[in-house]
Design a protein around this ligand. Sequence first.
Ligand code: NAG
Ligand code: NAG
Ligand code: NAG
Ligand code: NAG
Ligand code: NAG
Length: 340
Amino acid sequence: MSLKRRSGRCCRLLCTILFMFTGVLVLIEFEIMLSKWLGSQYHLRTQRFGTKPNLNIIPSRHPMVPPYPYPYEFIINQEDKCSGRNPFLVVLVISRIQEVAARNTIRNTWGNASNYDSADIVIVFLVGLSPIKSHEAQQTLEEEGMSFKDIIQQNFLDTYQNLTLKTVMGMEWVAKFCTSASYVMKIDSDVFLNVEYLVHQILRPDLPVRHNYFLGQVYIGARPQRDKMDKWYVPLDVYPNETYPPYCDGSGYVFSADMAKKIYDIAQVVRLITFEDVSVGLCLKELHIVPKEYPGDAYRRLEQYNRCTIKTRVGVHMEGNYNFTKMWRELWSNQSVPCV
Ligand SMILES: *[C@@H]1O[C@H](CO)[C@@H](O)[C@H](O)[C@H]1NC(C)=O
Ligand SMILES: *[C@@H]1O[C@H](CO)[C@@H](O)[C@H](O)[C@H]1NC(C)=O
Ligand SMILES: *[C@@H]1O[C@H](CO)[C@@H](O)[C@H](O)[C@H]1NC(C)=O
Ligand SMILES: *[C@@H]1O[C@H](CO)[C@@H](O)[C@H](O)[C@H]1NC(C)=O
Ligand SMILES: *[C@@H]1O[C@H](CO)[C@@H](O)[C@H](O)[C@H]1NC(C)=O
């Protein structure tokens, strides 16, 4: 009797343990499945549609302080663009998702790298995510990237306030995927670049590649705008100092490729601001590198242009509605015609 009872109790106890054990197993299994499923959902979302990264972990900040550092991911990348070659010059063109026509004009004019057989030139366009969520626009961009292999995109919102992130993305790309390059130029898409002049008169492939080199239209002692009503107002808590360190006009500056990694690395610790040109200046100050001025008239705004004025300039920053195609034809087809 007592034995029976005991064995009965023992059996019940065993059963309970077994039941609990399988219960725990089932729970664990379920959790693994659930986390896998959630993970794949997140993965799918970020990979396929490039949705916003989860920025909850970034402490809230002033809109003029771009969310950085943050490990933004390349959604469209040209990982092999520079492999097996040593580009003398990489041109990073600031662009936006919808500016297809402007990109095509550049590809057909000064940005057609196959015209420059005396130096290896790489031209890429830097874009972010469309602020107006559009799967169509994103898909078109991905196709454009596949056919021209010149689009680079990371998953940050492409807004004016985030422009600095785009420049840092360009630096990151050169530092990670184009280490064999000698020089880099960053320009706005409304600049007509005279690649021949830049390469042969300024950078010069016949000279040893420079290091710690940074060239542009330099601003010294520029002050942040403190008038609250001004469009460019910069609050003290965004930038407390009275003056900015020397920086180059953002429409077009050029540097030795070693600077890309240095700027990218220091950007992880420097407090950046909305203005990408000032932000690069803040990085340069931290690196103790002083930007130099373009020689003479090599880079400046032109009200009027002709074939001969463009010929002796690195770039022409367009104020009005100029026609790149017309300019390119005049410049390119009349190269042998002397200017006096
Ligand atoms: C680029 O230039 C090459 C050689 O001059 C030419 O064959 C090609 O059609 C041009 N491509 C574009 C997109 O203009
Ligand atoms: C900058 O990009 C981040 C990441 O996509 C986004 O969360 C943020 O809203 C953008 N900032 C502005 C001011 O557009
Ligand atoms: C801002 O001012 C402080 C104090 O004068 C100085 O140490 C610092 O280097 C300045 N920062 C910049 C970015 O100019
Ligand atoms: C630019 O010039 C080219 C060649 O002269 C012409 O075919 C084209 O229509 C012009 N484009 C615009 C937008 O005016
Ligand atoms: C430059 O070339 C164009 C053809 O593309 C021609 O019409 C024009 O007359 C030439 N200009 C000069 C100054 O030679």
